[in-house]
Design a protein around this ligand. Structure first.
Ligand code: HEC
Length: 445
C-alpha cells in the first residue's frame, strides 16, 4: 500500500482552470433512506438502477437480482460487494481528479449505507405494496451505444478447442463498405452467450490496404464488462470505403469445444455529413519494460506527448491479473519557458482507477463540460501499479516474476485514451468558455 499512497492522495487538489473537477454523479440526488430500510421501499430501486441490467436471467452476471426472492440469498455477498465498491463495476477513484462522467452507474455513499443497514437488519422484505414498478429492459442483445446503423459480424464462427493455452486468433472480415463514413459511436461484443464465456478480450482494427499494412489502424477493444466508445458531439472517426475489419480475438478455452463469434456495431453520421472533429482511441503510456518481482507491488511509468491541443473524451486502464491501480496525469508545458526562472512543471491528476478489478475493462467517459482540454506539448503520464503479492486474489502465482506480454498470465500497462485534436483557436476558445463557466458557478455559490 505504501507505494500507492503518495501519488493517489498528494495530487489533484490544485484544480487548473483547464479541467476543473466539479459536481458529483447524477445519482447523488437519491434521497437518503429511512431509518429501517426494506427491500420493497429502499433497496429495490437501487438494484433496478445499478444492478439488474447485468443481474437478470441470461445476462452476464451469475445470478438474478430482479425480485426479493432472487436477491435475499445473496444479501451478505451484496453487502460485501457494494461496500467494497466492487459492484456495480465502476472502479474509478471518486476522490481524485475528474468526478463527473457520462452514464455513471456507481452508488452514492447513502445508497451503500442503505444496503448495508438493510442487510445488517436481516434483509427484511417490507411491504410489497412499496415495490417500484419492475424495470423494463430492451432485449439482452441490447447495445450500450443505442441501435447501431451497421453491424459487422464474423462470417462463420471460429471453433475454439476445449483445452490448451490462451488462443489468439485473427479473423479478417470484408463488410463491403462502398463509401466513406464517419462513425459517432462504436461497440463490440461476443455475438452469443457461449462466446461471452470464452472471449477474454478482442480488438478491432481497420485494414485499408492488407498488402501495405496488414495490421491496420486500431478501432476499439472489447473486454468483459466493457460498454462502448461514444465520441464527443460533432466528432467522428473516418472509415474509408473498402476498409476491412480485423478482429483479433483473445480466447480462454473452458473445457468444451466452443464456436466463437463476435460482432461490431457502428453508429454513423448521415451520408454526406462530415463532422467537425476527428476522434480516435490512442494507446498511451505503454511502459517499455515491465519488471514485477515476486511478492511485491511494482510501479511503472509511461508517457505520451500531445503534438497538438487535444480534448480527452475517455480513459480506460489496461492491465491483467496483477493490475492494482492506474493513474493518468497531465504534465503541462512550461508557460514560462523563456523566463529566467522556468518551472516547476504544473502537474494535474486527471483520473485514477485505484481499485482496479481484473476482468472489468471499463471505459470512463468524461462528461462534456469537464472533459480535459490539454494544450499542445502536454505530456500524458500513465502510472500503473501491479500487485504481485498473495493479497491479490487474482494472482495466479505470487512466487513468479512477471514481465510484459499479451497472455493473461503476463502483464500489460497502458491506457486506451479517446482524444480529438483541436485547432489552436478552437482550443483557446474552449478554455476561455470553461474559465467563464467556472467563474459564473463560483459567483453563484
Ligand atoms: C456490468 C454488469 C454488472 C452490474 C451493473 C452489476 N453486476 Fe454484480 N456481477 C456481475 C458479474 C459478471 C459478476 C460475476 C463475478 C465478476 O465478474 O466479478 C457479478 C458478481 C456479483 C456478486 C458476487 C456473486 C458471487 O458469486 O458471489 C454480487 C453479490 C453482485 N454481483 C452484486 C451486484 C449488485 C448489488 C449490483 C448493483 C449495485 C451489481 N452486482 C451490479 C455483473 C454486474
Amino acid at each position: 500500500m505504501g507505494v500507492l499512497r503518495g501519488p493517489l492522495v498528494a495530487i489533484g487538489a490544485g484544480a487548473f482552470v483547464i479541467c476543473v473537477a466539479v459536481g458529483s454523479p447524477a445519482s447523488a440526488q437519491t434521497p437518503s433512506s429511512s431509518a429501517q430500510p426494506t427491500f420493497a421501499k429502499d433497496v429495490a430501486p437501487i438494484l433496478q438502477r445499478a444492478c439488474q441490467n447485468c443481474h437478470r436471467p441470461g445476462s452476464v452476471a451469475p445470478m438474478s437480482l430482479l425480485t426479493y426472492q432472487d436477491s435475499r440469498p445473496w444479501a451478505r455477498s451484496i453487502k460485501a460487494k457494494v461496500a467494497a465498491r466492487e459492484m456495480p463495476p465502476w472502479h474509478i477513484d471518486r476522490n481524485v481528479g475528474i468526478t463527473k462522467f457520462k452514464d455513471d452507474p456507481s452508488l452514492t455513499d447513502a445508497e451503500i449505507a442503505t444496503i448495508v443497514t438493510w442487510v445488517d437488519a436481516g434483509a427484511p422484505q417490507g411491504n410489497p405494496a412499496d415495490l417500484p414498478k419492475p424495470r423494463e429492459f430492451s432485449d439482452l442483445d441490447a447495445w450500450y451505444i443505442g441501435k447501431p446503423d451497421l453491424v459487422v459480424e464474423m462470417k462463420k464462427p471460429y471453433i475454439l478447442p476445449p483445452n490448451g493455452p490462451d488462443n489468439i486468433v485473427d479473423v479478417m472480415v470484408d463488410p463491403g463498405f462502398t463509401e466513406d463514413m464517419y462513425v459517432m459511436a462504436i461497440e463490440s461484443k461476443p455475438a452469443d452467450p457461449r462466446s461471452f464465456k470464452v472471449v477474454h478480450h478482442f480488438t478491432t482494427n481497420l485494414v485499408e490496404d492488407p498488402d501495405e499494412d496488414p495490421t491496420g489502424l486500431f478501432l476499439n477493444e472489447y473486454a468483459l464488462g466493457k460498454n462502448g466508445d461514444i465520441f464527443p458531439p460533432n466528432s467522428g472517426r473516418l472509415i474509408k470505403a473498402g476498409t476491412k475489419i480485423n478482429f483479433n480475438l483473445h480466447l480462454n478455452p473452458r473445457g468444451e469445444e466452443t464456436p466463437v463469434s463476435v460482432k461490431l456495431g457502428l453508429k454513423v453520421f448521415p451520408r454526406g455529413q462530415v463532422p467537425k472533429y476527428v476522434a480516435f482511441t490512442q494507446h498511451m503510456g505503454d511502459a517499455p519494460e515491465l519488471d514485477i518481482p515476486p511478492g511485491q507491488i511494482a510501479r511503472h511509468d509511461g508517457y505520451f506527448r500531445l503534438p497538438r491541443p487535444a480534448l480527452v473524451a475517455s480513459f480506460q486502464p489496461h492491465m491483467h491479473n496483477r493490475g492494482k491501480a492506474m493513474c493518468m496525469e497531465a504534465i503541462y508545458p512550461d508557460v514560462r519557458a523563456d523566463s529566467a526562472r522556468p518551472g516547476p512543471a504544473r502537474v494535474e491528476t486527471i483520473s485514477c482507477v485505484s481499485n482496479y478489478q481484473f476482468g472489468w475493462h471499463i471505459t470512463y467517459p468524461y462528461a462534456d463540460d469537464v472533459a480535459p482540454l490539454l494544450p499542445a506539448g502536454t505530456i500524458v503520464h500513465i502510472t500503473s501499479w501491479h500487485d504481485n503479492t498473495q493479497n491479490n486474489r487474482w494472482n495466479p502465482n505470487p512466487k513468479n516474476w512477471v514481465g510484459g506480454g499479451s497472455r493473461s498470465i503476463d502483464e500489460m500497462s497502458f491506457a486506451w485514451v479517446t482524444i480529438t485534436y483541436l485547432e489552436e483557436a478552437d482550443f483557446k476558445q474552449r478554455v476561455a468558455e470553461r474559465a467563464k463557466a467556472a467563474r459564473t458557478s463560483q459567483q453563484q455559490q
